[in-house]
Design a protein around this ligand. Structure first.
Ligand code: UDX
Length: 472
C-alpha cells in the first residue's frame, strides 16, 4: 500500500449520497461535521450531479480542499438536462445496477493512492443500501444514512407487513378513489393513531405486485439496513422518540444526529445546491416587516400543473401577505407558466428559481412556510421555529405532513387539489395562528438543545465519531 504513514493515521470516511437534492444536502452536512473533527473525507457524487454542482457554484469555485476529496461515478442513466430533476424511479433502478462496481473501484483506487489514507469506513445513503454489501466484501464497516424522518423510515420498515397483510398491491384502480386510502393502519407499532394508508409513503399506491419502488424499499429495509453497522438519521430524540423506539427494535444501532446544519462559512467552496441560488432574496426580505412574509417552496422534485400555479398565485395574492415563491425551472408540469403570470405575481411577491432555503427560513421577515414537507424542509422549518402549510407531493412527505399537523402541531394540511379559496384560507390561518407559532418556537428550542453541547444529537454524533475512528 502506497499511503504515507502520517496520512494513514487519519480515519478516512467515504460518503455516498443518493443523487438527488434532498439527499445530497444532509450527506454534505454530515461530511462537513466529520471533517471538522479531523476525518479525511471522500464524497462520491454521480457525474451528472457533479456537473450540476460545478455549474451552480459558478466559475472560480475551488474544487478540492485539504482532507476533503470529491470522486465521481456514473449513475447508469443516459445524459440528461442539467436544469431538471432526474427521474427518481429510473434513477433507483439504474444506481442499483450500475454503482456497486464503481464504488468498489473507487475504494480500491483510493487505497492504492499516494498520500491518501486508506478508506476506513463507508457511509451510504439508505437509498444506496446496496453499498453496504460492497463495503462488507471489502472488509469495511458500513453505515446507512436514511435521509427521511424516523416516522417515514418506520413506514418504509412496514412495507413488508403491508404486502403480507394484503393492503399492497391495491386490488384495482378503484382503491385510489373509493375511500380505501382512508383505511386506518393503527397496527403499526410506534406510529400515531391517526395514520391511514394515505399517510404512508405514496409508493404503496400501486396495483402492480412487482412494483419497483415497493420492492426496492423492502429490500433496503430487509436486506441492506440490517447488514449495516448502524443507521444514521437526521432527526432528534425529543421530536421522534416513539418512532425511534420502534425502529430500534429492528435496527438497534440507530443514531440520531439532527438537525444537521449546512455550515455555509465552513468550506464555502463545497456547496450542495444543484441549481444556482438567486441572491436577490435576502435584499428583498430585508425590506419586509418582521414575520410578514410567506415563503413558498416545494423542494426539488415536485411538479405542479400550470392551472394549479394560477390557483396558488390567486390564493397567495388574496391572503394579502408578501410572499417569496421559489419556482424551479423544471417545476411546471407542461413546461410553461400561463401568459402574464410572472407580471401578475410581481408587485405582490418575489418569484425566484432557487434560494438559500435555510437563510430564508431564518430571516427575521419570514413568518410562515408553504411546503411540500420534504424531510429536509420540514426539519429546517422546525429548526427555524416556523409554522407550515403542508402540501405534500410524494414519498414520505405525506407521513411528515401527518406528523407535522397531528403530532408536532406546527402544520395545517392543504388538499392536493386546493383552489384559490383554500390556498387563501390556509395562508391566512398560517400567518394568524398564534398557537401554531408558539408550538413551532418550542420545537426550535428543543432542536437547538439537541445539537448543543450536552444535547442528544450532539452526544450521539460524538459517540459515532469515536466508534468509526476506532475501527481499523
Ligand atoms: C425528497 C423527500 O421529500 C425527502 O423527504 C427525502 O428524504 C428526500 O427526497 P426534496 O423534494 O428534495 O426531497 O425536499 P427536501 O427533503 O425538503 O429537500 C430539499 C432541500 O433543498 C432542502 O435542504 C432545502 O433547504 C434545499 N432547497 C430547496 C434550497 O436550498 N433551495 C430551494 O430553493 C429549495
Amino acid at each position: 500500500m502506497a499511503s504515507s504513514q502520517s496520512a494513514k493515521a487519519k480515519p478516512h470516511v467515504l460518503l455516498i449520497p443518493y443523487p438527488a437534492q434532498g439527499h445530497v444536502n444532509p450527506l454534505l452536512r454530515l461530511a462537513k461535521a466529520l471533517h471538522t473533527h479531523s476525518f479525511h473525507i471522500t464524497l462520491v457524487h454521480t457525474e451528472h450531479n457533479h456537473r450540476r454542482l460545478l455549474r451552480s457554484r459558478g466559475p472560480g469555485a475551488v474544487e478540492e480542499v485539504p482532507g476533503f476529496r470529491v470522486e465521481t461515478i456514473p449513475d447508469g442513466l443516459p445524459p440528461a438536462d442539467l436544469d431538471a430533476t432526474q427521474d427518481i424511479w429510473k434513477l433507483c433502478e439504474a444506481t442499483r445496477r450500475t454503482c456497486p462496481g464503481h464504488v468498489r473501484e473507487v475504494v480500491e483506487r483510493l487505497s492504492r493512492s499516494e498520500g491518501v489514507p486508506p478508506v476506513t469506513c463507508v457511509i451510504a445513503d439508505g437509498a444506496m443500501g446496496f453499498v453496504v454489501h460492497v463495503a462488507k466484501e471489502l472488509g469495511l464497516p458500513a453505515y446507512l444514512f436514511f435521509t427521511t424522518s424516523a416516522c417515514g423510515l418506520l413506514a418504509y420498515l412496514n412495507f413488508d407487513q403491508l404486502v403480507k397483510r394484503g393492503y399492497v398491491p391495491f386490488k384495482d384502480e378503484s382503491c385510489f378513489t373509493d375511500g380505501y386510502l382512508d383505511t386506518p393502519v393503527s397496527w403499526i407499532t410506534g406510529m400515531i393513531g391517526s395514520v391511514r394508508l394515505r399517510d404512508l409513503p405514496t409508493f404503496i399506491r400501486t396495483t402492480d405486485a412487482d412494483d419497483v419502488m415497493v420492492n426496492i424499499n423492502i429490500k433496503q429495509c430487509e436486506l441492506d439496513a440490517p447488514a449495516a453497522d448502524g443507521i444514521l438519521l437526521n432527526t432528534f430524540d425529543d421530536l421522534e422518540h416513539t418512532s425511534l423506539a420502534a425502529i430500534r427494535e429492528r435496527l438497534p444501532n440507530t443514531i440520531t444526529v439532527g438537525p444537521l446544519v449546512s455550515m455555509p462559512s465552513y468550506l464555502p467552496s463545497l456547496t450542495s445546491s444543484l441549481w444556482k441560488e438567486d441572491n436577490v432574496c435576502t435584499s428583498w426580505l430585508d425590506k419586509q416587516p418582521d414575520g410578514s412574509v410567506v415563503y413558498v417552496n416545494f423542494g426539488s422534485i415536485t411538479v405542479v400543473s400550470a392551472e394549479q400555479m394560477v390557483e396558488f398565485a390567486r390564493g397567495l395574492a388574496g391572503a394579502g401577505s408578501p410572499f417569496l415563491w421559489v419556482v424551479r425551472p423544471d417545476m411546471v408540469r407542461d413546461g410553461s407558466l400561463p401568459e402574464g403570470f410572472v407580471d401578475e405575481v410581481a408587485g405582490r411577491g418575489l418569484m425566484v428559481g432557487w434560494c438559500d432555503q435555510e437563510a430564508v427560513l431564518e430571516h427575521r421577515a419570514t413568518g410562515g412556510f408553504l411546503t411540500h414537507c420534504g424531510w429536509n424542509s420540514t426539519l429546517e422549518s422546525l429548526r427555524a421555529g416556523m409554522p407550515m402549510v403542508c402540501w405534500p407531493f410524494f414519498a414520505e412527505q405525506v407521513t411528515n405532513c401527518r406528523y407535522a399537523c397531528d403530532e408536532w402541531q406546527v402544520g395545517i394540511e392543504m388538499a392536493r387539489q386546493a383552489g384559490r379559496e383554500e390556498v387563501e384560507a390556509a395562508v391566512r390561518e398560517l400567518m394568524g395562528d398564534g398557537a401554531m407559532r408558539r408550538k413551532a418556537a418550542e420545537w426550535k428550542k428543543k432542536a437547538d438543545k439537541a445539537v448543543a453541547e450536552g444535547g442528544s444529537s450532539h452526544g450521539n454524533l460524538k459517540r459515532f465519531m469515536q466508534e468509526i475512528a476506532r475501527v481499523k
